[in-house]
Design a protein around this ligand. Structure first.
Ligand code: PLP
Length: 365
């Protein structure tokens, strides 16, 4: 089915949301100026709001989460440096090799439960000061984890690993693309979760429902550097207040409602769990991302994804057998209720006609 059809239930990503009339109204009536010169009042207001909410000195608006992440690590690292990150981390996996291309930085990828790092996996991973070795400079964490399963860091664990990083002379960056999903689900405050981090990036184009926009927050010094790299990366805009107005609107209206997405996700996981050929643990659905596996005898994740697409349900393949359904503000409970039936229907019909279609989307060989 065409994803533009009103009947299509699009759980492929929380980036699929469209701005509401209220958000569009805020965009159309925004006060504007030239943001490259710091003269856009709406961007300035958004940056000030974020500083206040996160308890950070400075913030800089960016086009995308990828851009704000890359600006963040550019602020901390020099060419030849290395960062520590989970092997499923977006910065290492889904940003096109950005650290190497834009900053000359290599990623040392580590393991850990649920896409999260802990002291056991980190200890011993900081390289000695030796001319043969690259300089370990930065710890990157992701909260909530995306490919890791939509989990939020327990505050103790996050504080512990950031303290360890700082004690050992590293900087810390949080990819907080979905940080508000974390605060709403975990019940911790945004200030508390940002306190141990030197820089934090946030996406407005995910569950917050904006058409685009991201922000990087941190110290004055780090954000001043990020303004320079934003310019170099082609992300310094002019009347960016048109977009920033949507972000201000989202901060004021769309945070608490994330709980509905989490409730819908848990409900979906509970409805999928009993389906024969599907495996998922509803208790592990902590936020808006539902991960489930298809039994390999029935087909692979890509084949199930294609079959569901045909009947009007968008769910992405994330691995050989893994799929990800993502709840968001443009999908309501009534639509979610139709999904388990669609999964049953396509599995009953069989996936034979999709034979030969590639396995996982992110690996080959
Ligand atoms: C979506 C996402 C980003 C940023 O992606 P953009 O598409 O560049 O906005 C960064 N980190 C995580 C974990 C994400 O899910």
């Amino acid at each position: 089915m065409d994803p533009h059809s009103p009947a299509y239930i699009d759980l492929r990503s929380d980036t699929k949301t469209k701005p509401t009339p209220e958000m569009l109204e805020a965009m159309m009536t925004a006060e504007l100026g030239d943001d490259m010169n710091g003269e856009d009042p709406t961007v300035n207001r958004l940056e000030a709001m974020i500083c206040d909410m996160l308890g950070k000195e400075a913030a800089v608006f960016a086009c995308s989460g990828t851009q704000s992440n890359q600006m963040g690590l550019r602020s901390h690292c020099l060419p030849g440096d290395e960062l520590l990150i989970h092997e499923l981390g977006h910065i290492a996996m889904f940003e096109g090799g950005g650290p190497a291309i834009l900053s000359g930085v290599s990623c040392r990828t580590l393991t850990g439960e649920k896409g999260m790092l802990n002291l056991d996996t980190l200890r011993g991973k900081i390289r000695a000061d030796d001319q043969h070795l690259c300089r370990t400079r930065l710890l990157c964490v992701e909260n909530t984890t995306n490919a890791g399963g939509g989990h939020y860091y327990p505050l103790d664990q996050l504080t512990e690993i950031c303290d360890w990083a700082h004690e050992n002379g590293l900087k810390t960056h949080m990819d907080g693309a979905r940080i508000f999903n974390a605060t709403v689900a975990a019940g911790y405050s945004i200030k508390d979760v940002c306190a141990p981090l030197d820089t934090i990036s946030i996406c407005f184009s995910k569950g917050l429902g904006c058409p685009m926009g991201s922000i990087l927050a941190g110290s004055k010094e780090e954000i001043a550097k990020a303004r320079r790299s934003r310019k170099v990366f082609g992300g310094a805009l002019r009347q960016a207040g048109i977009v920033a107005a949507a972000c201000v609107y989202a901060l004021e209206n769309n945070i608490e409602r994330l709980q509905q997405d989490h409730d819908n996700a848990r409900f979906l996981a509970e409805q999928l769990a009993p389906i024969e050929g599907i495996t998922t643990n509803p208790a592990e659905t902590e936020t808006n991302l539902v991960f489930f596996d298809i039994h390999p005898d029935l087909g692979n994740a890509m084949q199930l994804s294609k079959a569901l697409h045909e009947v009007g349900v968008g769910i992405g393949a994330m691995g050989q057998t893994r799929l990800r359904a993502c709840t968001h503000l443009d999908v309501d409970r009534e639509q979610i209720e139709q999904v388990p039936g669609a999964v049953r229907e396509v599995l009953k019909a069989g996936l034979e006609r999709f034979q030969g279609i590639a396995t996982g989307p992110y690996a080959r060989g």
